[in-house]
Design a protein around this ligand. Structure first.
Ligand SMILES: [Mg+2]
Length: 492
């Protein structure tokens, strides 16, 4: 006899009817069934380890500027203010003119700054709108990590300061010096040692994160760590992050089947670096992975062999659009989730601007309708004028045609005035909304009415995106993430 056991009832959240609170939500670009995922991999920096952006920027700026002055830049740079709130991810630095740009998905430059001064529409047109911009060329530098925000803060402040002194600035040279200074600060330990000496100041530890990883493991998934950070730093950071995890994990190592440090992503996905086992301050060659050990280097094929093929049964969680998300997507069949720390602020602004955004949609409809009316009256006016001119040529006049002309003219004036007022209101609201998102650049994901280039990359390469790793805890490990974008505009 067959037993018919009742199926466990889905909770509303699991059924997708009641999503978690906005700050805990995971957003989906490409549908993904979590029940089919067998391996979940994590990047460490800015993914498991969330840094305090202000403190990190302050520290990076301090050491960068000190190195610039050592290199011969004026000492005044040491005592001037730096705007840590200036840069956002997704900006492009134009090394040729020393400008910082934000583009939409069509690479149209919608906003640009020279120093902290915004470029006018005419300046933007002259420099960037006559031909298609090539962000990948050597002239430009793409700001795609949170690490890089401090470089931009130093660059724009230095341009302002040097130009105020009447100096001719070599914009490309200055940018190269800023980058070299910050790279040196990372290599000589000026940044990492300071952070390790005061982790509570620089790291925002998420107490929910270890539990989210435990939940994945409890559902049978296996985890791996794949980070570019070196073994010693990784161990110190992970000790701190997992200090207060569930008691069944005496060490952070117990969460992971495979631990790879110094992975050199993105080349981890494309090259074949040898795998080394680390321990006791030494690196020894290794050919396979053992649980509990910390490795350095290696490459995708080696890891996939250990994962038993990998492919689309692997979900990799990272914060770097190029190194973690885009490269993984292009070189493997891995599914990707992107951690976007900016999500909380973006969503709060989105919520706060609800009425303005609604009114902007209304104004779009108003403008479309007014344009149609205006066009109609302009065409009619032309027809009536032509008829009147033809009549006049025969020496006759028509008061009817004259008054029709006056009527159309009045209507055109009225509609043009309406359009001007709608445009003015739209611009005012757009500026207000932009400021609510970010004082210099507006939303991270949008550029005017279009999706920003950054937003476009997230949309293309990240199957899922969310503010923090612990948001995985708000969903069942069997959750079916469904993309809202499975229909084309003509199907809606
Ligand atoms: Mg990272």
């Amino acid at each position: 006899m067959q037993l018919h056991l009742p199926l466990p009832e889905l909770t509303l959240a699991e059924a997708g009817a009641e999503p978690p609170a906005p700050s805990h939500r995971i957003f989906c670009n490409r549908s993904l069934r979590l029940d089919r995922v067998e391996w979940v991999g994590f990047d460490m920096d800015y993914t498991l380890a969330v840094y305090d952006q202000f403190e990190m920027d302050r520290l990076s700026i301090e050491v960068t500027v000190r190195k610039l002055v050592e290199k011969g830049y004026p000492e005044a740079l040491l005592s001037m203010p730096y705007r840590t709130d200036f840069a956002i991810r997704g900006l492009l630095v134009d090394r040729k003119y020393g400008n910082v740009l934000k583009m939409d998905r069509y690479r149209y430059v919608k906003r640009a700054y020279h120093g902290l001064v915004e470029l006018s529409l005419e300046e933007r047109r002259r420099l960037y709108h006559s031909r298609r911009l090539q962000p990948a060329s050597r002239r430009y530098h793409w700001v795609d990590t949170l690490y890089a925000l401090s470089e931009v803060a130093v660059y724009v402040a230095a341009i302002d300061a040097l130009e105020a002194r009447g100096q001719d600035v070599d914009y490309a040279g200055l940018f190269a010096d800023v980058r070299a200074a910050i790279d040196a600060a990372h290599q000589d330990g000026s940044i990492l040692d300071t952070m390790l000496a005061d982790l509570p100041r620089y790291v925002r530890r998420d107490p929910e994160m270890p539990r989210a990883l435990h939940k994945l493991r409890s559902s049978g998934k296996r985890l791996f760590l794949l980070t570019n950070s070196h073994a010693d730093y990784t161990a110190r950071m992970m000790d701190y992050l997992f200090e207060q995890g569930p008691s069944e994990y005496p060490s952070w190592r117990n969460y992971f089947e495979v631990i790879i440090t110094a992975a050199k992503k993105p080349s981890f996905f494309t090259e074949s670096s040898p795998l080394m086992e680390t321990g006791n301050g030494e690196h020894t060659p290794a050919t396979r992975f053992e649980r509990g050990k910390i490795y350095a280097g290696g490459h995708l094929a080696l890891l996939e062999r250990h994962l038993g093929g990998g492919g689309d049964r692997v979900l990799y969680v990272g914060d770097h659009i190029y190194g973690d998300v885009l490269r993984a997507k292009k070189e493997s069949a891995w599914r990707t989730a992107m951690i976007i720390q900016e999500m909380d602020a973006e969503q709060m602004a989105l919520e706060a601007c609800g009425p303005q955004l609604e009114r902007m949609d209304e104004l779009d409809d108003v403008r479309d309708a007014v344009y149609d009316d205006l066009h109609e009256h302009q065409v009619r006016l032309k027809e009536v004028s032509r008829a009147r001119d033809e009549l006049r040529a025969t020496g006759e006049a028509s008061t009817e045609l004259d008054s029709a002309r006056v009527l159309h003219r009045h209507a055109i004036d009225r509609l043009k005035a309406r359009l001007r007022s709608a445009d003015a209101e739209y611009s005012r609201l757009e500026a207000e909304v932009g400021r609510a998102f970010h004082p210099f650049w507006g939303p991270v994901f949008k550029s005017g009415p279009e999706v920003s280039l950054f937003g476009n990359q997230v949309e293309q390469y990240a199957c899922l995106y969310t503010a923090r790793v612990s948001n995985l805890d708000s969903y069942s490990p069997m959750h079916y993430f469904r993309s809202p974008r499975d229909r084309m505009p003509h199907e809606l």
